[in-house]
Design a binder for this molecule. Structure first.
Ligand SMILES: NC(=O)c1ccc[n+]([C@@H]2O[C@H](COP(=O)([O-])OP(=O)(O)OC[C@H]3O[C@@H](n4cnc5c(N)ncnc54)[C@H](O)[C@@H]3O)[C@@H](O)[C@H]2O)c1
Ligand SMILES: O=C/C=C/C=C(\O)C(=O)O
Length: 484
């Protein structure tokens, strides 16, 4: 039976307390995860602190950058191991994990290694009151020990999106992967050891949230900053923990994103784009579209086209050629999504396609499969339009004017992302400036330049990461003033 161990101070650590890691495709037990308790979290924080004061803290930026490039190269060398681990944990299609999840695992180290090597800090010269001169310069130093609390939907991508910049800026990290997906964070410990990252720089503690490793870590007084990706309500709990000791937080939270399609859009590209944004990763992408608004002249045609795309998606395990839709992450999440499918039906939705769970053959029948689902005909007050479902489903409603589309898109407490499809430049820029989100894609979706600001507005997050923006969270910026 595979064991998913904690990784503390360069060693893999078992505990007496384990829980099962199950495969979403058939619910089989993949292995046992060793839950970290207060003792293991204390040890991880102590190891991270010691590394800061030891070889890692004394290391030159050049050497640190070389090591991070070596981490990326080792991830790529062990590409197939990471691919197998991620797919086992999540059930996601091979095409998705091999083109997005694992490549980004390496890229997230390379891009920030290069940023810290090349991005300058500020410097000024001033005339002093006594007629002399003074020169000042900015000095970036690590914030210290950073807690990285991760979700289960893009485990390696989202964990390294935080660990990459944190380490590049000279910090040390303690990662708490989701209890649903322990594998790739654990595997990264092998990579860190293999390339010679000093012990204590990268640590992994497994477990849950409240009363477990997540809570022990975010409440630990030895943690200097917390970066979290997950549900908004979890963010509220972590923010409360961070308040004691006034620790900074960087939050990537939930969303209820709108996809807006104008009648002048390139129709086929818009259909393809909304199909991806609604159903990719079985709808388990925070940036995904669960609310679609289509300008009235093309509404019926668009609904029919999206129905065809949804029904053409092949549902199955990753190794099945042409699979486009895997399972949801867990039985619990499947029940949550099917609960929303039932609510939509009860609230009078027109079920354009889907609305239930597919019959799967053999052992797959034990997996957490649901049908890709499209609704129309609900009022904007309906729960499937108000609440984040995080499944392969969306509601489509018509609109007439730009102002109406903007009002519909903004009528949510969330503010993460939007995708707008139009060939009118004026419409595109007016929508981009009016929709209250952190991320606006025009005629595209989930197109990522890692140098750009990434994050959510309103209840979708705090702060921006990406490019130089990550330096603001993962460093302290000191001003040094020298009287000449
Ligand atoms: N904005 C983004 O970039 C982004 C990206 C991915 C996922 N998400 C969001 O994440 C959610 C899905 O992921 P999830 O179900 O893993 O989220 P979740 O909030 O349930 O759990 C996320 C992590 O937090 C831990 N946790 C839970 N309660 C905690 C507590 N009280 N203290 C410390 N740690 C705690 C969990 O163990 C897990 O590791 C969705 O809402 C999705 O929108 C957002
Ligand atoms: O499910 C949410 C996806 C988030 C993606 C990123 O944070 C990224 O692409 O860096």
């Amino acid at each position: 039976m595979q064991q998913f161990l904690n990784f503390i101070n360069g060693e893999f650590v078992a505990t007496g307390k384990t829980f099962e890691n199950r495969a979403p495709v058939d619910n089989r037990v993949l292995g046992l995860v060793h839950e970290a308790g207060q003792r293991e979290v204390d040890a991880a924080v102590a190891a991270a602190r010691a590394a800061l004061k030891g070889p890692w803290g004394r290391m030159s930026v050049v050497k640190r950058v070389e090591l991070l490039h070596a981490v990326a190269d080792e991830i790529n060398r062990r590409f197939d191991d990471f691919l197998a681990a991620e797919i086992a944990d999540t059930g996601k299609p091979l095409s998705l994990a091999s083109h997005i999840d694992i490549p980004r695992g390496a890229a997230n180290f390379k891009v920030f290694a290069d940023i810290v090597k090349n991005v300058p800090t500020e410097s000024f010269e001033m005339t002093t009151p006594d007629g002399g001169t003074a020169v000042s310069y900015g000095l970036r130093t690590p914030v210290g020990v950073v807690a990285v609390v991760c979700p289960w939907n893009l485990p390696l991508l989202l964990m390294t999106w935080k660990v990459g910049p944190a380490l590049a800026c000279g910090n040390t990290v303690i990662v708490k992967p989701s209890e649903e997906t322990p594998a790739t964070a654990t595997l990264l410990g092998e990579v860190m050891k293999a390339v010679g990252v000093p012990d204590g720089v990268y640590n992994v503690v497994h477990g849950f949230g409240p009363g477990s490793a997540g809570e022990f870590l975010t409440k630990h007084p030895g943690v200097n900053a917390i970066t979290f990706t997950g549900e908004t309500r979890t963010g509220e709990a972590i923010m409360a923990a961070a308040a004691k000791g006034v620790r900074p937080v960087s939050f990537e939270l939930g969303g209820k994103n709108a996809g807006i399609v104008f009648a002048d859009a390139d129709f086929d590209k818009a259909v393809a784009g909304i199909t991806r944004s609604a159903f990719e990763n079985c709808g388990q992408v925070c940036l995904g579209t669960e609310r679609v608004y289509v300008q009235r002249p093309i509404f019926d045609r668009f609904v029919a086209a999206l129905k065809d795309k949804a029904e053409a998606l092949q549902i199955g395990p990753s190794e099945q050629p042409g699979v486009g839709l895997g399972p949801l992450i867990s039985a619990e999440h499947k029940q949550k999504v099917l609960g929303y499918y039932a609510k939509a039906k009860a609230e009078g939705a027109t079920i354009v396609t889907g609305g239930g769970a597919p019959q799967m053959p053999g052992a797959l029948a034990e997996g957490h499969w649901v049908q890709p689902t499209i609704w129309t005909g609900l009022p904007e007050s309906a729960s499937v339009i108000r609440e984040e479902i995080f499944g392969p489903c969306c509601h489509i409603a018509p609109f007439d004017t730009e102002d109406e589309a903007i009002a519909l898109a903004n009528a949510t407490d969330y503010g993460l992302a939007t995708t707008v499809w139009t060939q009118n430049l004026g419409t595109a820029h007016r929508m981009a400036s009016a929709i209250e989100v952190g991320l606006c894609w025009i005629n595209s979706w989930f197109l990522r330049d890692l140098r750009t600001a990434f994050g959510g507005a309103k209840a979708s997050g705090i702060g921006r990461e990406g490019g130089v923006h990550s330096l603001e969270f993962y460093t302290e910026l000191r001003n040094v003033m020298i009287k000449l």
